[in-house]
Write a protein that binds this ligand. Sequence first.
Ligand SMILES: C[S@@+](CC[C@H](N)C(=O)[O-])C[C@H]1O[C@@H](n2cnc3c(N)ncnc32)[C@H](O)[C@@H]1O
Length: 235
Amino acid sequence: MSIRAQDPFVDSFATMREDVNAFLPLIRDAELPILYGPKLAPMSGHWRSFFQEKMLEPPENLILEIGSHYGEVILKMAADEPKTAFIGMDITLKRVVKLAQKAKEFGLKNLISILCNAKFLDVLFASHELDAVLVFFPDPWAKKKRYHKNRLLKPEFLALLAQKLKPDACFWFKTDWEPYNADVMEALTAARWRQVEQPMTGLCSKVYTSRFERLFKAQGLTTYASVWMPPRVLS
Ligand SMILES: C[S@@+](CC[C@H](N)C(=O)[O-])C[C@H]1O[C@@H](n2cnc3c(N)ncnc32)[C@H](O)[C@@H]1O
């Protein structure tokens, strides 16, 4: 079940019976590290203090993964980097719950699973709040023309992303779809994002293989990956 709300701070499931979907009672489980609907409303500009309470120290960095799926990448990152805070965002109820269950099972205090559509990025984060954003194999990845209009990574969204990232932050993008890759690279270049040819340090210099990446590679398909820093802001 995916969320359809036009307002990210509304609980789209509020009026739904719990027996409609096995994951509905779980998304409301206060023991699971999940935020959605009204609980997301006060977060913009306050993510660091939120994590500080959970981690008992201020996080060194704040990383967002859009389309975190069942958490294959973000769980590993959070375990590898215990001083960094991670937010996994997805639009699917089951995936958000599953990620939160695993974060709890592994005792990861530095990871929260959020049910939200990335198109609401503007109201979720303050300017320059994020140290990195990962988008690995975003939907829609079907190779059909009609999917173009639903793509997340268009110039307007990339401009918003640039605003939310710190000046020295990174945007890590992967896809299996060459035309999508070409369009995103063109849009980033036109907006003066700076491509980092071979990141030598930090999270983006490490190897993290996502579930879809593994599936595509197992089929012998080419995948594309690139890391970018936001355009310099002229003062
Ligand atoms: C093709 S899967 C890729 C999953 C994972 N990143 C990987 O590489 O294995 C895309 C994921 O993005 C999620 N998603 C699609 N559109 C989204 C949006 N607008 N905001 C947040 N998540 C989204 C889907 O629910 C799905 O879990």
